[in-house]
Write a protein that binds this ligand. Sequence first.
Ligand SMILES: [Ca+2]
Ligand SMILES: [Ca+2]
Length: 362
Amino acid sequence: MRVLLVVLVCVVGLEGAKKPKLTNNEYEAFVGATDEAIIMDDPVAIKARKMSKLLKRQDVVANCRYLLFKAYKNYTDAKSSCRNLEWPFTHKGVDLASVNSEAENKEIRILLQLAHGVKQVGKLYNRDNWVWVGLEKTLNNKVLLAKDERGPENYNASEWQWLDGTHPKYTKWMRDMPDQGYKKKYDDFQNHVMVNKRGRWDDTFPEIEAPYACNYCGKYIVVAEHVTWFHARAACESYGLTMAIVNSMAENIELGWAANITFGPDPEHRRWNNTNWIWLGTEEIMDAEEHGTGEWIHHDGSELGWNPVWDRKLQPDNRVAKRGEQKVVAFSRLNQKWDDSFTWRKRPFACMCPHRSCHFPE
Ligand SMILES: [Ca+2]
Ligand SMILES: [Ca+2]
C-alpha cells in the first residue's frame, strides 16, 4: 500500500512540476502578484546582527520584504535583473525595490545590514553601504539646479516616479539632497536613487555600479551556509524567523523559486551535491527504538498537511547509520522533491517569515 501511494505521489508530482495544478487557496497568495505594488503591513523584526554572520558568503540575501543582490550593476542593468525574476504562477517580473513608508525604509536598512554586517563598511560612500532602489526623476531631470532648487525642502514629488508609475509618498533624503549633480565623464545628471545603511537617500548617476534591491514578498529566506539540521532550526529562531514549513504544492514551488534566486543556476545540475539540498523544518516521528514510523511532523508540532513529492528510489528510505536513522527532511532545489536525511549532515537551510509581512493589492 505504501509503495502504491508513493508511486501515485510521484506521478502527480512530476505532472505538478511541469504545470502546477493548484487549488484556489494555493493560488491565493499569488493572485495579485505583480510588480506594480506591494503593501507592507506587518514587518518582521529580523535580528540583523545575528543573521548577517551566516550570510557573508552568499551573493543574494533577503528579508521578508526585499532581496538584495551584492553584485554591482548600473541602474539599467539592475532594473532588468530584477524584472528577469518572475513571480511563480503569474510570471510577472519583479521590480527594483519601492519604498513607501518608514517601515519599508527600515526594511531596506536591515537588508543592507544582512548583506554586509550592521556596521558601516569603510567610508560612507563605499558602495557596499548603498543599494539601488527603483526611484527615478522623470521631469526636469537634465538641467543644473540652482542652489535654492536643491535639497529636501525644494524637492518636488511630482517630478519623481517609482517604477510602478506612482509619485513618492514617502522620502528620506540626506542633507542637501537631491542635488542633481552633473558629471562630465558621464555627460549626465544625478537623477536615480540609492539608499544607504542609515536609511538615507541620495540621487546619483545611473551609470554608477552598485548593489541593488528588488521587491520581494516571500515566505521563505534561504541561507547558503552549511549547518546541521538542529543548528538550522536554532539559527532561524535566533533571527526572529522560524525554520521553513512547506505545506502545499504552491509553497513547495515558492521555496524552489526562493532557493534558485539565492543560489543562481547550477549549470552542472549536481543532483546529489549537498549545496543543492536545503533543510526544511519537518521530521519523522520515531518509535521507542528510534526507528521511523512513516509519520511526519513539522518542528512546531503541526501536522504535515499534504502529500509532498519524495525523490525517486522510494524516498523516504529511513537509511540507517551508526548514529541513527534518516529522519529529517532535505529539499532539492533542482527538482523540488524531498528526501529524508541524517540530522548531522551539513546543508543550506530555509527559514520562514512567521507571517506574511506584506501583501499584493487586491
Ligand atoms: Ca546627489
Ligand atoms: Ca533518504
